[in-house]
Design a protein around this ligand. Structure first.
Ligand code: HEM
Length: 192
């Protein structure tokens, strides 16, 4: 990499890619920690992990904003704000770009719903907040479909290491909820 490449408009492109990678790692860690708390997979350290989960989420959202905003400075792509915030306005690498935008909004809305939980009710918030995991999965699909580095071995290894463990925790959490639902249904059928 030459010094001029780093000081020119290319620096915005590199910054966006680096921030995208940071967003992916931080969001994956946040989802993993969040699912461990809600699935009670780790016992006795709830309050500490809640702070970790919140810090990882805020850092992921900051990286995400930088990932999208840095593209505004790229003179080759030169997107408008609408192209970066409204799905399918840009035809660049569609549909993966649109998936990234939907994932980004999902992470912002379902993630920040935490700060509205008193207002919307904790039960309703918990239901809503689960969709953060769906937004994260869309972000992973966007990453693999759109990233310049997506075909490279280091990138794939990094993605598997970042995404694999939280995915296992989320699947374990879903199995746990389905099992609890079945047990509740059997108990209420038995008592009627
Ligand atoms: C407003 C929403 C988003 C926009 C506009 C956007 C845009 C882009 C663009 C244009 C690229 C291609 C860069 C390249 O060719 O390498 C890209 C790649 C990437 N994006 Fe996004 N993205 C968004 C959301 C997300 C989300 C939610 C994540 C993950 C949590 C993410 C993670 C990544 C990663 C890891 C790459 C690959 C970087 C690389 O190849 O080095 N993006 N994104």
């Amino acid at each position: 990499m030459t010094a001029s490449a780093l000081t020119g408009s290319h620096a915005f492109w590199i910054t966006s890619r680096a921030a995208g990678i940071a967003a992916l790692i931080l969001a994956s860690a946040s989802v993993g920690v969040g699912a461990s708390i809600s699935g009670r997979l780790v016992r006795g350290r709830g309050p500490d992990l809640r702070v970790t989960h919140e810090a990882l989420s805020v850092a992921a959202l900051a990286a995400l904003v930088l990932h999208a905003a840095a593209l505004l400075g790229d003179s080759y792509f030169h997107p408008s704000i609408a192209a970066l915030t409204i799905p399918f306005v840009s035809s660049y690498r569609a549909p993966f770009m649109a998936l990234g935008i939907i994932a980004g909004w999902g992470m912002v809305i379902f993630g920040l719903s935490y700060y509205l939980r008193e207002r919307i009710g904790v039960a309703r918030w918990k239901l809503l907040h689960r969709f953060t995991a769906v937004a994260w999965i869309l972000g992973v699909i966007h990453t693999l479909g759109e990233g310049t580095d997506a075909g490279r071995a280091w990138f794939l290894v990094m993605t598997v290491l970042a995404v694999g463990p939280p995915l296992v925790v989320v699947l374990a959490r879903m199995r746990g909820s389905a099992g609890a639902g079945r047990r509740r249904a059997t108990a209420s059928a038995g008592s009627s």
